[in-house]
Design a binder for this molecule. Sequence first.
Ligand SMILES: CC(C)(COP(=O)(O)OP(=O)(O)OC[C@H]1O[C@@H](n2cnc3c(N)ncnc32)[C@H](O)[C@@H]1OP(=O)(O)O)[C@@H](O)C(=O)NCCC(=O)NCCS
Length: 238
Amino acid sequence: METCTACGVEMVAGFGFCGACGAPLLGNSQLSSGEVAFVAGSGSFAAEVADWAGAAALKVAGLVEMRDASRIGSTRYGFPVVGLKPDAGGGQVVLGLGGDRRASWDRLAAGGWNALALVHPSSSLASDVNVGAGATIGPRAVVGYGTEIAAQAIISRGALVGHHVRVGAYSTLNPGVNIGGNTTIGDDAFVGMGATVLNGVTVGDRAVIGAGALVLRDVEPGMRVQGVPAGPFEERSP
Ligand SMILES: CC(C)(COP(=O)(O)OP(=O)(O)OC[C@H]1O[C@@H](n2cnc3c(N)ncnc32)[C@H](O)[C@@H]1OP(=O)(O)O)[C@@H](O)C(=O)NCCC(=O)NCCS
């Protein structure tokens, strides 16, 4: 039996969603509707993530500003903006900042914040999907059976992630990507909007896949590929 963290009803595990309230049932998720959470960042993407959090029935208490001290104390997108080290101490936070996810999470952890997983209610997760701490799954994303979304990864709007995939920690799957089954996406990887990664391919740690790319073969760690079919980016000589 598994207990739904959202409504407390007990049911047979393995269906992916609570039959009583519809919340995702996640083996190790910190997701829990009704909890108070902050969103890190105070720009337009933070507003988007705050909207996702609201849809997941989290109570968004404010935005955590990490870069521009002049915003602290103001109200943005209807939320109070607090600093990295608020008087009240940290709390639960989801990341609403672009760029280097690992660096942002390191700063939040140092500021005393705890990572909260966020799964948009319109996403579809197969059973036996594992969602790590601080991972974010956006609206209309679809995640297949037996897939692991590691800690602090983001699966954005409308991303399609196949079965038995591993999405590494701190990685970003941008809107509309299509990741085939049995694929491995390394840690800190970035897959641009609409890119397709064929089944069974391994994308190395820190690799960058350009928007719209068609990735047919493994991508070495740290490498940037783009285009159809995807190939290494080479600077043109002036
Ligand atoms: C691949 C990427 C990271 C490169 O960014 P960049 O370093 O700023 O690259 P530039 O814009 O300087 O482009 C360099 C060259 O690559 C080409 N290029 C850039 N992105 C490309 C892509 N996705 N596919 C094919 N070619 C691309 C440019 O045309 C340019 O070619 P040129 O030298 O022949 O003129 C970026 O273009 C990209 O695809 N980002 C993903 C965006 C995204 O998904 N954002 C999420 C929003 S929610």
